[in-house]
Design a binder for this molecule. Structure first.
Ligand code: ACO
Length: 343
């Protein structure tokens, strides 16, 4: 096989790319076996490596982009077992990735880990806290078996912060988090810092350090960007533009919590007339429908309008399981017709 047969040296970029949200050693030690935040893959790499999402010229390629879990300081490492001798046939991986992350990322792992340790003690979320909630600690593994039970910790706290470009420290933080938009939202692109009206909501996990519960550490979970448009005569229409939850936290209700917090924020802001969503993907439409429905069901004015005065009784009866007809010796069949026979 000719060493220059570049197609034989093509690697799937989504598989080669590994992301991590790295915690300080003391904080890692307090995690349960189900809490893995390291080594997850992107959904899309075409914005970086082109439509075919392939990287050419390497064998056993691994790209590690690690983020300190709070400040999102980055460490980039590229390793492979072999590469083509002809440099013109090689993709310039660092040159490509570095176009999408801010300068100053670490390439020395020891220096990065020292930053992670420092981060755990010094990082606090920028912005104004708009919502907080708790979740039971994940204590079982994927087969549902109980593995490690934390001492003194049964729930985990989550907090949501609202920011603008003017929030001290946020612009720099955003430059480090925005890669998640390219890697997880199809068609996602970076927003312009020159557009100064953007607003943001960022969700963090908040943990108490086991060795010193007086120290709280914050870990990035996901975020959303919001753009206000003028709405006649004197209000704004807020458009939810980008929305991402980091993969280790997906499918646990955090997307719903972030969306609901944005919805409540909008309802509580007298200058905002409505909340719209830009090009939602199907999964986000589902999330929005489920949460909008929940909110409507909890609004007595809406329920009264929709179902009339007896709405509470109607909701209660809808919650009750259908009562099987009294049996006269026949077994109840859910699809039985009036004669007791199923079609
Ligand atoms: N345990 C298990 N499952 C749960 C729990 C729980 N505690 N809570 C909710 N779920 C289920 C929900 O029922 C739902 O199930 P379904 O998919 O069968 O309907 C599912 O988990 C997802 O709901 P959430 O957990 O609330 O949502 P999640 O945190 O996974 O976020 C999102 C969804 C935003 C789409 C996320 O997967 C993501 O970031 N994807 C990649 C980026 C993306 O597509 N973003 C949206 C683009 S559109 C836009 O930006 C406007």
């Amino acid at each position: 096989m000719a060493a220059t047969d570049a197609h034989l040296w093509a690697v799937d970029a989504n598989e080669a790319f590994h992301l991590s949200l790295v915690r300080a050693a003391a904080d890692k030690a307090s995690l349960t076996t189900r809490e893995h935040y390291e080594g997850f893959n992107p959904n899309f790499t075409y914005p970086l490596f082109g439509e075919d999402e392939k990287i050419y010229g390497y064998r056993n390629l691994r790209i590690d982009l690690k983020f300190a879990s709070g400040s999102l300081a980055q460490y980039l490492n590229i390793s492979y077992s072999d590469k083509l001798p002809v440099s013109s046939a090689l993709d310039d991986i660092e040159g490509t990735v570095s176009k999408f992350i801010p300068p100053g990322y670490y390439t020395d792992e020891a220096a990065f880990l020292a930053c992670v340790e420092e981060d755990a003690l010094s990082f606090t979320p920028p912005g104004t806290r708009i919502h907080a909630y708790s979740r039971p600690l994940k204590t079982s593994n994927s087969k549902g078996k109980e593995k490690v039970v934390q001492e003194n910790e049964e729930t985990v706290d989550f907090e949501i912060y609202h920011c603008t470009w003017d929030t001290p420290g946020f612009k720099e933080l955003h430059r480090r988090m925005q890669l998640y938009i390219l890697l997880y939202i199809e068609g996602g692109s970076y927003i312009k810092e020159e557009e100064d009206v953007w607003q943001f909501t960022v969700l963090y996990e908040k943990r108490k350090r086991r060795s010193d519960p007086s120290i709280s550490t914050y870990h990035f979970v996901g975020y959303s960007t919001l753009y206000p448009f003028y709405c006649f005569p004197e209000k704004v229409r807020l458009r939810l533009s980008q929305f991402v939850i980091a993969p280790p936290y997906q499918q646990e209700g955090h997307g719903s919590a972030l969306y609901s917090a944005i919805y409540r924020y909008v309802r509580n802001s007298p200058d905002i007339a409505e909340l719209t969503v830009e090009d939602p993907v199907e999964a986000f439409e589902d999330l929005r429908d489920r949460n909008d429905l929940k909110m409507l069901l909890s609004e007595s004015a809406f329920m009264h309008e929709a179902l009339g005065e007896d709405w509470e009784a109607e909701v209660e009866s809808a919650k009750r399981p259908a009562t099987p007809p009294k049996s006269k010796g026949h077994r109840y069949h859910p699809y039985a017709n009036a004669n007791g026979h199923s079609d």
